[in-house]
Write a protein that binds this ligand. Sequence first.
Ligand SMILES: Nc1nc2c(ncn2[C@@H]2O[C@H](COP(=O)(O)OP(=O)(O)O)[C@@H](O)[C@H]2O)c(=O)[nH]1
Ligand SMILES: [Mg+2]
Length: 213
Amino acid sequence: MAKQYDVLFRLLLLGDSGVGKTCLLCRFTDNEFHPSHISTIGVDFKMKTVVIDGIKVRIQIWDTAGQERYQTITKQYYRRAQGIFLVYDITSERSFQHIMKWASDVDEYAPDKVQKILVGNKSDEVDKRQVATEQGVKLAKAYGMDFFETSAFTNHNITESFTRLAEQVLAANKKDLDLLRMSVNDELNLTALEEEEGLCDSGTGDQGKGCWC
Ligand SMILES: Nc1nc2c(ncn2[C@@H]2O[C@H](COP(=O)(O)OP(=O)(O)O)[C@@H](O)[C@H]2O)c(=O)[nH]1
Ligand SMILES: [Mg+2]
């Protein structure tokens, strides 16, 4: 069977509960938005293929729950991530302050080579804004990351931010792309392994287990 993609990356969405991680993911993979918040249970993923410089990049995006009690689960995922979204909510100063905590977890648990991007979500909520765009720009600069303000609601900067992180991961791994190339069999075996470990209760298909919004 012909391979459907050239390379597979794992990206991870991190940030406090309620910042819009699950909605960002649903918007990017399914172009859907759900106005109600249903807590993400543990960790799960969705997939999407993008073409960058003629290379078919299959991105596996892992969603997490922000609650403290799930931290022990998500730490295992830092180690296997090639790219990480640090997400805050522009209407929540608290979620912005917590980016420091998320970033220090990434430093501690993720591989040195991991690529990071800062995302201020809910840019459509102009009247409720608590975090100025300049604050996001400044923080991203301090961490040496790219920065996007996004809206899962209006679809603002969604494709742009996901594609940028995938591009960064591709650039960082250009030399040893072979290490990242996975056959379809490898992918299936990996999923089976994760199910055995009880880390992924479904999601063997392209879309994971559907939308948890
Ligand atoms: N206005 C607005 N609301 C959003 C946006 N993204 C998410 N939400 C809402 O924020 C709440 C939490 O979203 P969710 O994706 O479940 O957050 P998570 O806990 O980080 O996964 C939900 O009520 C969403 O409808 C956005 O871009 N704009
Ligand atoms: Mg969620």
